[in-house]
Write a protein that binds this ligand. Sequence first.
Ligand SMILES: Cc1cc2nc3c(=O)[nH]c(=O)nc-3n(C[C@H](O)[C@H](O)[C@H](O)COP(=O)(O)OP(=O)(O)OC[C@H]3O[C@@H](n4cnc5c(N)ncnc54)[C@H](O)[C@@H]3O)c2cc1C
Length: 493
Amino acid sequence: MGLRTPEEYREGLRDGREVWVRGERVDDVTLHPGIGIAIDHGANAFELAFDDVTRDLATCKINGELSSRYFAPLDTLEAVKTRSRLIEEHTRRARGSLNLIKAVGTDAYAALRSTSFAVDRSEGTEYGERVAAFYAECACADKSVVLAQTDVKGDRSLAPHAQPDPDMHVRIVERRSDGIVVDGAKAHTTMTPVADELVVLPTRAMSEADADYAVAFAIPPATEGLRMICGPLPEPGSTFDRPVSTRNVEIETLTVFDRVFVPWDRVFLAGEHQYAATLATTFATYHRFTAVSYKLPMIELLLGCATLIAELNGVGRASHIREKLARIVQYLELLRSCVQTAAASAVTVEGGWYLPNPVYTNVGKLHFAQDFHTIVQYVQDIAGGFAITAPWEADLLSSDTGPWVRKYMQGAAGSDAELRLRLFNLIRDLTASDYGGYNLVVTLHGEGSLQAQLLQTLRDTDLGPALLAVADAMDVELPSVSTQPTSPLPIVR
Ligand SMILES: Cc1cc2nc3c(=O)[nH]c(=O)nc-3n(C[C@H](O)[C@H](O)[C@H](O)COP(=O)(O)OP(=O)(O)OC[C@H]3O[C@@H](n4cnc5c(N)ncnc54)[C@H](O)[C@@H]3O)c2cc1C
């Protein structure tokens, strides 16, 4: 097959999958207005391959067949760089809104690939072959693949086996000759109701007592016992009023596994608890590289909003406004340099693929996550209160209110009142609407919380040169201390 059209993607979602919205079962996701927005957003990932402008970036030959570049092997530094450009461009065309329907599953594949080399070598298992067969199936059929890693976790201070309710992390409850049966639930699973495959990975390090929780597998969303309970959904409406949130929004589910059967050929880890941390951290690193790549277009969009509204408000030359614009530029370009450095200094992992440099990936991810709220603050500060109180399109179109709106929405001399109104609506949509709130929280928590990124930078850093500098400065020899990185990544050193 090779490449699917957006229409074929949409059609593939009519398979009886069990999706719930506000307590009611959705019979056909393609007919649901809110889920339909997520489907249109997901369809963008397929459109890229047929668009004259993006075709070359979005496609490549895999086994001689024209395929989505999302499935391209990461076996050269150039491939890592191109993947980043693809994710960035994809997001730009989705109005800065993250669009993971092809990225997150292929991040998971890359992590499963390298980890399974390590597991198979030590444990004599055959996960590598299964992972490769799954990947070939997805690449050939051009499937959208999403990822459930984050368990609901119950009491965060307790390990999976120590929770009062044993289902707080997804676990194996039965091993059969033909496969495994799993129970539990994953949280915040992006785009599950509108994807073709769901990959499940462990969320953390596991001890022997947690062996049943050390489980990874893939299933189609229509698998019996898989229940997807949607969180808040986008609502259709005027693209003047809400330019992004009516068109480009991802959706998440509480994803319940109620005695879900997984055949062995789709099981990629089943009890080898020593590798749960490797798999979890390797996926997190690939996925954070996706994150640093997809964040650039949103920041560019916010920078553009701030620059234009400053001009339309007549404050574009004010020194404190220029300073805030400069700070947004600093934030953007520092992030871009992390993305480029992470790609250029990617490291080799088991199996020969590249992993974006984990230190620069995590430095970049932490940088954008911890300061994004401040960037939004600058944009809102520059925009003024109309960022939340500006009238709607209907007020402009009304013969009663339209003339007043046009008169009083004027800004600096010569500015276009309608343009200014549209821009306030865009700023509201991006920063101060339900979607704006979503943007703030997903920036903070998506791809793992701040602490996870902070600690991983330390765990991936060789502290030897720093200690050597101390020894040199004091003209002494230091006692031998272990300085090597301690993260469990399957890096070939
Ligand atoms: C919009 C959105 C989309 C997402 N999409 C996906 C997806 O597609 N797939 C997926 O698998 N996940 C997804 N995630 C999940 C994301 O990775 C998690 O939200 C993130 O890892 C934080 O986990 P949590 O939400 O359970 O918060 P928590 O883990 O409860 O974190 C809250 C706070 O508690 C702290 N904390 C947690 N545990 C401990 C501990 N043991 N000791 C000390 N402090 C602790 C954290 O550092 C943080 O400060 C998504 C999240 C969001 C918001």
